[in-house]
Write a protein that binds this ligand. Structure first.
Ligand code: HEC
Length: 129
């Protein structure tokens, strides 16, 4: 009986740590972006490495930005990213990012927090040329 209790406690611990970890949650939300994006390389959308602090529409070597993105005058910060990702096509009419957005505030916050780490240039994230 005692063994059973210990086993179920361990199981509860595992389940809790998988869903409570903010990094894990943010990474899981980013999987929706992988259809078009990667951290390190350009795909349908631009690479995200080095995103924060960069002017919108300025990832080196990405040639397919819309005029709307290039002229937005935005700089990527957690705040601008939050506005854009909530409803991309409403926030920036004319964007070529055909994606409805991440509507859930908690999911968006987790995604942005994770991206701030994952997109930071460093050993695992090389800014594409
Ligand atoms: C259907 C494909 C598609 C999906 C899905 C998608 N994107 Fe995009 N994304 C694009 C395209 C294309 C652009 C370029 C948009 C433009 O120039 O107007 C873009 C641009 C961006 C930019 C601007 C980057 C820069 O260099 O200025 C950010 C940030 C971004 N996407 C984040 C995301 C995130 C985060 C997700 C997932 C929640 C996501 N995107 C999902 C296609 C996509």
């Amino acid at each position: 009986m005692r063994q059973m209790a210990a086993w179920s406690l361990a199981l509860i611990g595992m389940v809790a740590s998988a869903s409570d970890k903010p990094d894990e949650r943010g990474r899981a939300v980013y999987e929706r972006c992988l259809a078009c994006h990667a951290i390190e390389q350009h795909r349908t959308g631009p690479a995200h490495c080095g995103l924060f602090g960069r002017k919108a529409g300025s990832a080196p070597g990405f040639a397919d930005y819309s005029d709307a993105m290039k002229r937005s005058g935005w700089e990527w910060t957690p705040a601008t990213l939050n506005t854009f990702l909530k409803a991309p096509m409403q926030a920036l009419p004319g964007t070529s990012m055909g994606y409805a957005g991440v509507k859930d505030d908690g999911e968006r916050a987790a995604l942005i927090a994770w991206l701030q780490k994952a997109a930071k240039p460093g050993a695992a994230c090389q800014v594409p040329r």
